[in-house]
Design a protein around this ligand. Structure first.
Ligand code: ADE
Ligand code: ZN
Length: 344
């Protein structure tokens, strides 16, 4: 495999066609304005926007919280099992078209149960889409996220509601407003999840400091860090992430839309890879941040001259290694990736 022979012009083709996994996608963040209007119509919900364009115009975020306010409001159109199925199926169809052969999908049950939508409605719709994907060559699994702006007690209650459906999700995560809601706030509920055999991830170091990343590792036992871009502020932490091979699920377009970095050209993913960290590329909330996985790949590679074919291979390979599937499946997917790069 001679990666140096792949030209810049050919790189976009390679990025878009290579097999890869997506490990950081909030399914509610895949709700496109068109689907928001369709579901609002189906459920007789009046939206505070007159048109799809007017809704899209509201997607001008200044930080994480300004985004979350719009994102939670958008999720208000989801009411029935069919709504959750349609949302997840449209993401999986898009993922398939972008050669994403596996995805680990976050969902935020508290956003829905707080509005009176039963947990069972949420998970049944999502699970039906996941199983339909399996039948069509798209692998996916679900990760339940606790909202960190809510209490740990609320997270415990959500876990109880989820347990009858334990076979339908593989792990838990922490998302929503990071600053002021440190990992230790959820140490007890995450310890219970660990005892139940659930896989553990956590958003950390998106807007929060490197300390939130160390906290997620030491106090929660997180196996993967979502975002984690602020790790570079702590050289010891960088060395640890590399040594212990703790993956980071990085989301370039999200980071610019939410002002974590002023421009894509300022993004640190090239430095993370150079430091030996198992970084991956992901879309976070594709309907809100200007693109799905391929758009994230092509935009960040266009912005950073240090990213070439070698890094494309590395990032795709990392996405499989960082996934929660069994080792034999990882190796089979890496074999597919090698075959792809061998033929370009
Ligand atoms: N929920 C959806 N997107 C998120 C993000 N980027 N950070 C924290 N919580 C989120
Ligand atoms: Zn996220």
């Amino acid at each position: 495999m001679n990666l140096d022979s792949i030209s810049r012009e050919r790189l976009d083709y390679v990025l878009c066609r290579m097999p890869k996994a997506e490990l950081h996608i909030h399914i509610e963040g895949s709700l496109e304005p068109e689907l928001i209007f369709k579901l609002a119509g189906r459920n007789n919900i009046e939206l505070p926007y007159r048109s799809i364009d007017e809704l899209r115009a509201a997607y001008a975020f200044t930080d994480l919280q300004s985004f979350l306010d719009v994102y939670y409001a958008g999720a208000g159109v989801l009411r029935t099992e069919e709504d959750f199925f349609d949302m997840a199926w449209s993401y999986l169809a898009r993922a398939k078209s972008q050669h994403v052969i596996h995805s680990e999908i976050f969902f935020d049950p508290q956003t829905h149960t707080a509005r009176g939508v039963p947990f069972e409605t949420v998970i049944s719709g999502l699970d039906r889409a996941v199983r339909r994907g399996e039948g069509q060559g798209v692998s996916a699994s679900l990760i339940l996220c606790f909202l960190r702006h809510l209490s740990e007690e609320d997270a415990f209650a959500t876990l109880e509601e989820a347990l009858p459906f334990r076979d339908k999700f593989i792990g838990v995560g922490l998302d929503s407003s990071e600053r002021g809601n440190p990992p230790e706030k959820f140490a007890r509920v995450i310890a219970r999840c660990r005892a139940l055999g659930l896989r553990l991830v956590a958003h950390a170091g998106e807007e929060g400091s490197a300390e939130y990343i160390s906290g997620a590792l030491d106090l929660l036992g997180a196996e993967r860090i979502d975002h984690g871009v602020h790790c570079l502020d702590d050289p010891d932490l960088v060395a640890r992430l590399a040594r212990e091979r703790i993956p980071l699920t990085v989301c370039p377009l999200s980071n610019v839309k939410l002002a974590v970095f002023p421009r894509l050209a300022d993004h640190n993913i090239g430095k993370l890879l150079a430091a030996g960290i198992v970084a991956t590329v992901n879309s976070d909330d594709p309907a809100y941040f200007g693109g799905y996985l391929n758009e994230n790949f092509t935009a960040i590679f266009a912005a950073l001259p240090e990213l070439g074919a070698k890094e494309a291979y590395q990032l795709a390979c990392n996405s499989f290694k960082a996934s929660f599937v069994e080792e034999g499946i990882k190796q089979a997917w890496i074999g597919e990736l090698d075959e792809f790069f061998g033929a370009v």
